[in-house]
Design a protein. Sequence first.
Length: 204
Amino acid sequence: MSNAYLLCDGPECIIVDPGGDPDVIIRAVRGRAVRFVIATHMHFDHVWAARDLVERTGAGFLVHRLDWLARDRLLSMAEELGFRSPDPPDSATFVEDGQEVRRGLRVMHAPGHTPGSICLIGDGFILTGDALFLGSVGRTDIPLSDPAALKSSICRIYREVPPDYEVLPGHGPPTTVGAEAAGNPFVDAASCTDSGHRSTRAIE
């Protein structure tokens, strides 16, 4: 099961990775306006409710261009795993590395798990999608993934994001950047500076 996140600032909210029941998400919004629905990547378990929510709230759908262009292939993984492939929203607005989608919420392009995977960096936290987890990293044994790119993306997180920032991943419990930099068994900070390569195949 994927984690969906609701980021609210006063009367406006942003929904990130709506992979679950849209009715549950709408109830959590509690009548506030939804400005954007954002996908960290276009795998089905992160966008299952995206079309429904965009249509019901009038929100814009934000995603990286590379994943949008590859959406049919990425979403087809649902059928390979025995699920129905969801219909994506009709259109998307593309986000880029370094872009602020709202004040204090910045996009980091983090390819590897998918070509257009992104993280979202806020005040004291980073939403990592399926790039970095507690004690694990995103899978790179699936179509359009890239182990070297994933390692580079995770190393960039360790370099650029403060160690006390909370990591809010696409699956599983939270952790911190510093904890993963010190002890992630797949990619830690030490592996970012040596010439060796570790496996980046993981469970998510």
